[in-house]
Ligand binder design. Structure first.
Ligand code: NAP
Length: 237
């Protein structure tokens, strides 16, 4: 797909990886980027960027965006949340579980449903879902986040098959730690948001359906088929 002249919509575009997606799309020649945020005033003023109000868990926001922005050819479902909530020890937190599923799974589903007809009408385009290495392995402290990303991975695979007929490229992006607010408390090797975003924009251009954006995501994917699969490992991920 040619990024030059494309019109993109990025959710959670006001900071972190979303902001990097906006910049990478502009750098690659996108004509316009709708930078969607819960508070569009936090997006800032960039040439080629139109801040729009969009909470992915709010059906009215999603419907209004799909009604207004009918020129979109690339959708990047980037918005996400992580709540640290032990799954059993310490007690499951049902509020955190629902919030993560609402944003990381149902938000992706709602945006995909709303924008699939627009992508079709505009010739196919691309739909990118920001997943994680935690779609494949889980950590007890972020088990509910991991479950939401596993569900989003499964959904991505369904969307890919469903939307192939209309010529829409569906890309799942897996990564380990990325240097954003989400994991600011974690001391570990992290990939820069711009490095992830550039790979994804290249994948859109190349028509690739999956991005394994760092060494850990490549190792974990390879480890799924190990005799003792990576998700069984005592120190998994
Ligand atoms: N950081 C990592 O290590 C890592 C690794 C793998 C995958 N990811 C995934 O990458 C994506 C981006 O995360 P990040 O690292 O950039 O995190 P971040 O710095 O915490 O940013 C999250 C973004 O999502 C937005 N958001 C949250 N809930 C939303 C909602 N209901 N509607 C619209 N926007 C919403 C936030 O907006 P507000 O400013 O309004 O809160 C913010 O713009 C997420 O899907 C995350 O799960 C991150």
């Amino acid at each position: 797909m040619n990024i030059k002249g494309s019109v993109a919509l990025v959710t959670g575009a006001n900071r972190g990886l979303g902001r990097a997606y906006v910049q990478a799309l502009l750098d690659a020649g996108a004509k316009k980027v709708y930078a969607a945020a819960r508070n569009p005033a936090t997006v800032g003023d960039l040439p080629g960027v139109q801040p729009i109000k969009l909470d992915v868990t709010n059906p009215d926001d999603v419907a209004a965006a799909a009604k207004a922005y009918t020129d979109v050819t690339i959708v990047i479902n980037n918005a996400g949340i992580m709540r640290v909530a032990p799954v059993v020890s310490g007690g499951i937190d049902p509020v955190a579980a629902r919030a993560e599923m609402d944003t990381n799974f149902y938000g992706v589903l709602a945006m995909s449903n709303a924008f699939a007809p627009i992508l079709k009408a505009n010739g196919g385009g691309a739909l990118v879902n920001m997943l994680s290495v935690l779609s494949w392995v889980t950590l007890p402290g972020v088990a509910l986040y991991s479950a939401s990303k596993a569900a989003a991975w499964s959904l991505t695979n369904a969307l890919r098959k469903d939307l192939r007929a209309q010529g829409t490229l569906v890309i799942g992006v897996h990564a380990g730690y990325i240097d954003t607010d989400m994991v600011s408390a974690v001391q570990a090797e992290k990939t820069s948001p711009s490095a992830i975003a550039q790979q994804v924009v290249q994948a859109i251009a190349n028509g690739e359906e999956e991005v394994l954006a760092d060494a850990i995501s490549r190792q974990v994917k390879a480890g799924l088929s190990a005799e003792a699969s990576v998700y069984l490992a005592r120190n998994a991920a």
